[in-house]
Design a protein around this ligand. Sequence first.
Ligand SMILES: *Cc1c(COP(=O)(O)O)cnc(C)c1O
Length: 389
Amino acid sequence: MSLAELQELERGSVMGSYVRSPVEFVRGAGTRLWDADGEEYLDFLCGISVTNLGHCHPRVVAAIHEQAGRLMHTSNLFYTEPAMRLAQRLAESSLHGKVFFCNSGAEASEAAIKLARKAHPGGEIVVVYGAFHGRTYGALSATPQESKQAPFAPLVPGFRAVAATPEALTGAVDEHTAAVLLEPIQGETGVNVLSEELLQAARSACDEHGAALVFDEVQCGMGRTGTLWAYEQTGVVPDALTTAKALGGGLPIGALVTGERLADVFSPGDHGSTFGGGPVVAAAALAALELTGEPELLEHVSELGNRLAAGLERLPHVLSVRGRGLMLACELDISAPDLVRRALLGERLIVNATGPTTVRLLPPLTISSGELDEGLERLGAALAGQDEG
Ligand SMILES: *Cc1c(COP(=O)(O)O)cnc(C)c1O
């Protein structure tokens, strides 16, 4: 089927909630993707920080293949080994409490919100401006962005949004607060690293008033910033964290992981998911988590993150670079959406725009320095292309 035919099907049958780029991908391996014409692309977006181990990592593929041929689904009414082992591994790798499995980042936010409310009945959830926690109603209510929320009012009550400053957070948390929900690094709104002072203020305020501090690590977790979890590079340990995106090595899975204090808040019947932690995704996630936790890989992320940031700073039209590890954004003095289009269609480099002048880069953690330099060259060419009109 040609691209024109796919676009025709989309126009007739797919709801218009996405603007797709005019490319059909048919194959991926490592840092590269190939379109239907056999053209090769460098992927510096990873399906929005999902294919962190590169496309079709052989160990993830093998785990999926093996499990899919044996058993695909039983529901959570029974035991399967991959789910139990994944829960243990996730808890051991982070907060040492317990795990609830779901299928996406938004669902992980929902689980966190429900858990916080159960632990503190009627309590308020405090979030900060610039946050993104997902599109379902609870997660959307925790996402204080006018354009995303307004068409869908009324939202879920009991959420309070404040400026992302230590003072505003401290002022907003009191005995009515069930939880403070934060992304240590805000991804969808342009890779904004929350300050150490803000995270410390959130921790102190939660401790003082018995509220839960929950970190949304759906995008910044799973090795993206050079440690398995982003909170490890801060002086703050949350009471719970959410993960999804890269956790399944390319398959959809989400999880809420608690520390010991919140481990036993949910009782039978409180929450559920038909597919959550199914054996195939859990087997894929076990492989992904094992590979991502390798100290050599995490060190590689820090090194290549520095190399990428330094390379970006030398490119034309780049005003500034921010982020951590391989989660970076550049501020441009030209249109970011135009640049992204030129990079994709002209240079076969995949990046994305999170705002009118902001380009986000989320290359695979497994990227080689050669591929990284090649990506920088292609981006440089796309940026220079601006000057030729
Ligand atoms: C992507 C994202 C979500 C939502 O995840 P979905 O799987 O799309 O529901 C939530 N929080 C953060 C920080 C994200 O980046």
